[in-house]
Ligand binder design. Structure first.
Ligand code: ADP
Length: 456
């Protein structure tokens, strides 16, 4: 039950409680009605028998009723009660009703209930003159049938009422919880796609849950605004730094030509090296910013296998330098994706460049394509240095380098994988890594397959 949603818990308890309430009501109604009607019938049979016993007169040719001065023949039926007159325990006047056992035991001055041959009767016996006994009989069958009828109707209606209450409750609760579900889905989408433009859809309802959804939307507006401001800021900074950096580089190169001592030259060369390092950073930051601004107009249908193959070919010389061998497997399925070709080449250039840079001499690079649920997965594996667990989660962060001291002097900026992640994310995909130290690393890039009917 712990795993049930709040919706199901509320519906379950509410329907169970309602069902128990109806069962209790049902039982109470049945027992009270039976008791009250039986009591009423007992009074009727007793009163009617006592009343008739006072007036009844037995003659040789029959029974008569004495009313005031009149004398009329007793009709054996009075006030819903049927009468029999017994002499020596056998019926001597009156007609025994159907199903009734006329020979049942006589018990004077008390109401007896008799169940005979499937019939149900209330009986009252009184001694009248000359050893005759007057027996009043009240037929309870019709009473019991009415009660049974009520129970049957209630028995059919109750489950229907419980069902209607359950379904009605479910619909109301489902509607009330819809914004919560949406809050969850929106938060999940923002987490997965890092798309802060997503919002919870609004509704005409003005209840508490919608007020919460509205508040979350307002919060998201603020978050999106500050993220956009931050993006704009880094884009502006990169742009603004570019021109002065170019000027400084040109001027320094000019100074280098003019420098006459070797010491001066060496110092200026260090400055030039640092300037080109800074230029690299600015260019890559601009590239990441540009990726964030990509729209559908910058995308086209591209064969991913061809793109990766072409990128790999451009690294043949570098691989040969390290005697690295490679293998790329041509897949059987369509590897079309909808992407910005230049950016996608940057993704695989970065991954292949890393697979070479962090590989050993005579190492191997393997590229494999797999199709899973309309997603193309590209595995880029190497058998190089590998990455330890503590670094694995951080390598996609901007400026993160595992071996900062070692990579400081080469072109490593720690921005390559940050760009890979951003480009793949913009294309609706995901990138992941698995690695074992000294054994090797595998990058897994997931991208939606593109078919002409759908644009991903
Ligand atoms: P860099 O410019 O330093 O290569 P990246 O963002 O491309 O920056 O990579 C970040 C860090 O992840 C690198 O410094 C490196 O330590 C590690 N890394 C990336 N790819 C591999 C790989 N194939 N094998 C081992 N380490 C890798």
């Amino acid at each position: 039950m712990k795993k049930w949603s709040i919706k199901i818990k509320i519906i379950f308890w509410y329907t169970l409680f309602f069902a128990l309430l109806i069962i209790f009501d049902f039982y109470f109604l049945q027992s009270t009605t039976t008791r009250v009607l039986t009591e009423q019938a007992s009074n009727t049979v007793r009163d009617a028998t006592i009343e008739v016993a006072d007036m009844v007169k037995v003659e040789d040719d029959g029974i008569y009723l004495e009313e005031d001065d009149d004398e009329e023949r007793f009709n054996y039926y009075h006030d819903g009660v049927l009468f029999l007159v017994y002499k020596n325990n056998t019926v001597s006047f009156g007609t025994i009703p159907n199903q009734f056992d006329g020979s049942s035991e006589i018990r004077l001055n008390q109401v007896q209930s008799l169940e005979t041959n499937g019939g149900y009767w209330l009986v009252y016996d009184i001694q009248i003159e000359d050893g005759y006994i007057l027996r009043g009989i009240y037929d309870m069958n019709s009473v019991m049938n009415s009660i049974r009828q009520v129970i049957r109707v209630a028995g059919i209606l109750s489950p229907i009422i419980v069902l209607i209450a359950g379904i009605g409750g479910y619909i109301i609760i489902k509607r009330s919880f819809k914004p919560i579900q949406e809050i969850y889905q929106t938060a999940a989408m923002i987490k997965d796609e890092e798309d802060y433009s997503k919002r919870i859809s609004s509704s005409d309802s003005k209840d508490e849950v919608y007020a919460l959804a509205d508040m979350v939307n307002q919060m998201l507006d603020q978050v999106e605004e500050s993220i956009n401001r931050e993006k704009q800021f880094s884009s502006n900074v990169s742009h603004e730094l570019r021109t002065p950096l170019t000027v400084v580089q040109a001027q320094t190169e000019y100074l280098l030509k003019k420098a006459d001592s070797t010491k001066q030259k060496a110092e200026i060369e260090t400055i030039i090296h640092q300037i080109s390092y800074m230029e690299n950073i600015v260019n890559q930051l601009l590239e990441i910013t540009r990726t964030k601004q990509l729209s559908d107009n910058d995308m086209e249908s591209v064969d991913l296998y061809e793109l990766v193959h072409y990128t790999l070919d451009s690294f043949v010389d570098k691989m040969n330098e390290k005697k690295i061998t490679y293998h790329i497997e041509k897949p059987e399925f369509s590897t079309n994706i909808f992407c910005n070709q230049t950016m996608m080449i940057r993704v695989f250039s970065n991954l292949i460049a890393n697979a070479i840079k962090y590989n050993k001499e005579s190492g191997k690079i393997e590229i494999k394509f797999v199709l899973e649920k309309q997603n193309i997965i590209v595995f880029v594996s190497d058998n190089g240095s590998g990455i330890s667990k503590e670094h694995l989660t951080k390598i996609f962060d901007a400026f993160y380098r595992v071996d900062e001291a070692r990579t400081q002097n080469d072109s490593s900026l720690g921005l390559g994988l940050a760009l890979v992640k951003e480009v793949v994310r913009i294309h609706g995909g995901d990138v992941d890594v698995e690695s074992t130290l000294t054994i090797g690393t595998t990058f897994k890039v997931v991208l939606p397959q593109y078919t002409s009917e759908k644009k991903v």
